[in-house]
Design a protein. Structure first.
Length: 286
């Protein structure tokens, strides 16, 4: 009887867990739609910036603009790692952290001095735990990043790169291809790599290509950081929805197994009681 009670208690516990995971799956589905809309909305602006930059870029201009500066010997690189503030999203954060570690080791192995900038509690907590120094950390951005957040992250790095203090800036983030495809990705955002030019119509540029590039390059960098933030946020919700759906399905399977085990235990108990009654009755007849 004690075993049957234990099984029933465990079924109630797993059922409550399933209710929680199902609710979290529904919440993540709702948030994913809004996050995905932000990713889609950011793409036309990014495409237009890339098209104008490719059209105006001239290799001879790289010496005039600090954000296009290239050095042969890279001595100091900043790596920005974007993770989530919350867990319960499967291996999402672990994959991003693993990619960041691999990039840090590769840069250090190439002789570069690396400084780490963390965005998101999970990444910051991990690197603190392993004793990795953080040059800066942000936990206030969350899963609803804004263009202003991207500006706040990009501006200090841009100024240090322009001043020659940094030779490169890389970003580790989750690229949002679809809710089930969010691979960890590394992109070097500084120096700015102009997109390949495509044949287009001839333009009359006013006031000049140099003046337009001077205003365009910071905007291009801000947009790259903003896209990394919104894509990671959307990827987080996609990963959490998948993880919670898997947890809900597993809880359902466990409840079915517990119910079958409980029924077998009850059947065995009832059979034993019937056998005891029949045996007692036969004893009385004897």
């Amino acid at each position: 009887m004690a075993r049957a009670r234990d099984l029933k208690r465990r079924m109630r516990s797993v059922e409550k867990t399933r209710q929680i995971t199902r609710t979290m799956e529904m919440v993540s589905t709702s948030k994913l739609k809004r996050a995905q809309d932000r990713v889609v909305a950011a793409r036309p602006y990014a495409a237009a910036l890339a098209e104008v930059l490719a059209e105006l870029f001239d290799p001879g201009l790289s010496e005039r603009f600090p954000l296009l500066r290239r050095v042969e010997a890279v001595k100091r690189v900043a790596v920005v790692v974007i993770t989530s503030n919350r867990g319960l999203c499967g291996g999402f954060n672990a994959n991003l952290i693993r990619m960041a570690q691999q990039r840090l080791e590769a840069l250090s192995g190439a002789g570069a001095e690396v400084e780490l900038h963390g965005i998101g509690r999970k990444g910051i907590g991990y690197f603190r735990y392993v004793g990795q120094a953080l040059a800066s950390q942000r936990i206030d951005i969350g899963d609803r990043p804004t263009p202003q957040h991207a500006v706040e992250v990009a501006e200090p790095l841009m100024e240090r790169f322009a001043g020659g203090e940094l030779d490169g800036v890389e970003v580790v983030f989750a690229k949002f291809n679809s809710p089930v495809s969010t691979p960890p990705t590394v992109v070097r955002v500084l120096p700015i790599e102009p997109p390949p030019a495509r044949p287009t119509a001839n333009y009359i540029v006013r006031p000049s290509a140099e003046a337009i590039l001077e205003a365009l390059l910071p905007l291009y960098l801000h947009n790259q950081l903003y896209r990394a933030l919104v894509e990671t946020a959307a990827a987080e919700h996609g990963a959490r929805r998948t993880a919670m759906k898997n947890a809900t399905d597993s809880a359902g399977e466990m409840i079915d197994w517990l119910r079958r085990t409980y029924n077998r235990a009850r059947q065995a108990q009832i059979t034993q009681e019937i056998a005891e009654i029949v045996g007692g009755s036969e004893a009385l007849k004897g």
